[in-house]
Design a protein. Structure first.
Length: 199
């Protein structure tokens, strides 16, 4: 598999958005088509889905999109340098609804520390889920250290396949758009992420 385009992380690179858990690439490729001034990286744990994403990208001739295989917080560490991401999308992560499995959920303090490490100053984390319990847990995790922003920023956004399905059923997913508030400098955020890794 082809590695990440190295030029995407150059000082003069286009803004980078990450679709974490990109599934089959509906959101990833749709956003890349709408916003040619931005690079879009999908991260997905299933190799077959990564292959489908790459096929779509190639067929549509999208030079500003790519997908890689990775899972959990380790994928953030593996692929994303400090202060490299403008917007980090986590759309419909696995909710692990059973109580005994809740510890497997992606969005926790460790993940949030890594998310801020890779966000540029002023970067935004966007979370979406249809699971009420998971949403309330997300809100608890971000309450002290993140500022909530309006979800609708006036920018065209492609719905994921999950979102389209839920809205077609008359259901509205839970959404959070966030900017980290408690760390005054990106360097302090990087220190916080390092602390989690060393625990």
């Amino acid at each position: 598999m082809i590695d990440l385009p190295s030029e995407w992380f150059a000082p003069d690179a286009l803004p980078l958005e990450v679709d974490f858990g990109c599934h089959r690439g509906v959101f990833l490729t749709g956003m890349a088509e709408l916003h040619g001034e931005t690079n879009f990286l999908g991260i997905e744990k299933q190799a077959a889905r990564v292959g489908r994403c790459r096929s779509k990208i190639t067929r549509r001739g999208l030079a500003n999109a790519w997908a890689v295989r990775g899972e959990g917080v380790e994928a953030v560490r593996q692929f994303l340098p400090d202060r490299s991401v403008a917007i980090f999308h986590v759309l419909f992560p696995d909710p692990w609804p059973k109580r005994r499995h809740a510890g497997r959920r992606l969005v926790n303090e460790e993940f949030l520390a890594e998310a801020w490490r890779v966000l540029r100053p002023g970067g935004v984390l966007r979370l979406m889920t249809d699971d009420e319990g998971y949403f309330q847990e997300m809100r608890r995790h971000v309450a002290a250290q993140w500022v909530t922003l309006p979800w609708d920023a006036g920018r065209p956004v492609v719905p994921t396949s999950f979102e389209a399905t839920f809205r077609a059923l008359g259901r509205s997913p839970h959404c959070l758009a966030l900017r980290r508030a408690d760390l005054s400098t990106p360097a302090a955020a990087i220190d916080a992420a390092t602390e989690f890794r060393e625990r």
